[in-house]
Design a binder for this molecule. Sequence first.
Ligand code: AHG
Ligand code: MN
Ligand code: MN
Length: 334
Amino acid sequence: MSRVSLTQYLVEQQREHGHIPGELRLLIEVVARTCKRIAISVNKGALGDVLGSAGTANVQGEVQKKLDVIANELLLEANEWGGNLAAMASEEMDTIHLVPNRYPQGEYLLLYDPLDGSSNIDVNVSIGTIFSVLKKRGNQQGVSEADFLQPGNTQVAAGYCVYGPQTMLVLTVGDGVAMFTLDREMGSWSLTAENVRIPEDTKEFAINMSNMRHWAPPVRRYIDECLAGSTGVRKKDFNMRWVASMVADVHRILTRGGIFMYPWDQREPDKPGKLRLMYEANPMAFLVEQAGGAATNGRQRILDLQPGKLHERVSVILGSKNEVERVTGYHAQG
Ligand code: AHG
Ligand code: MN
Ligand code: MN
């Protein structure tokens, strides 16, 4: 059976639907190719000496794993010379990375979480890479951090690669969500799902329950009602899943529905949440909305949030529409 490749899919998006210019197509292909290289490192594990800590910390004070650093470097190297980018920003870099002068400059901005789910690397559980593409506004010379501070609703593409039992690339260019599976023998991405839809209702939630005593009342109420199951107000039993890799949890939700939450909690009241707006929440919110789901911070649509700084954090509630609306409604009630 002949399958549609990533290149074919993108060329079709470009040619027939007019969604993406050629430069954006090439940029996505470079990111996808880099994910194949990251997958090779991930798969080697101890054989490639890629497990364990790098002995350094990132700008957010988190200890970097060797693979955080390796994946970040691979994405930087692969993307800086193509001529389609103006600059890059990464969860693992303090400041933005400008395209060196020796290369032509493009108009796109690439943001990424090079390795998501770092705590799962050494225990051989699914991890991933998340990316988001913005377009530089205005035609002034040079690029600064301010160019990146655009709300998620301006993203022109977003996606992730999940390194699990299968290596898959999940992508949106604003025309629905498509999934590609890495064919290792061929070394290519094959389209394996198109027009992905998240069911509006679900009986499955994902949250780190160990933080329960720190949650705000609306989140507590929602989860209490799920736990009460068929004997409570929801009158149905719920199931719980928590991989602790956002990529894997979102992948499950895109595949069979569910709700994912990493909410604000009172341990550090001034910290809006754990997850990063620009590298995690925005790209995932774009994908989830494109698949018919919803994504909020409890009060506002994630994609409408105006970022104040590059490494900003945010509270995240996303997935099956009716459940996300329910939790968001509980926040409105105080
Ligand atoms: P990262 O590895 O990029 O720092 O992201 C980890 C995130 C996310 O993937 C996951 O949903 C969450 O942290 C897990 O947090 P807990 O360890 O608190 O469960
Ligand atoms: Mn992450
Ligand atoms: Mn990460």
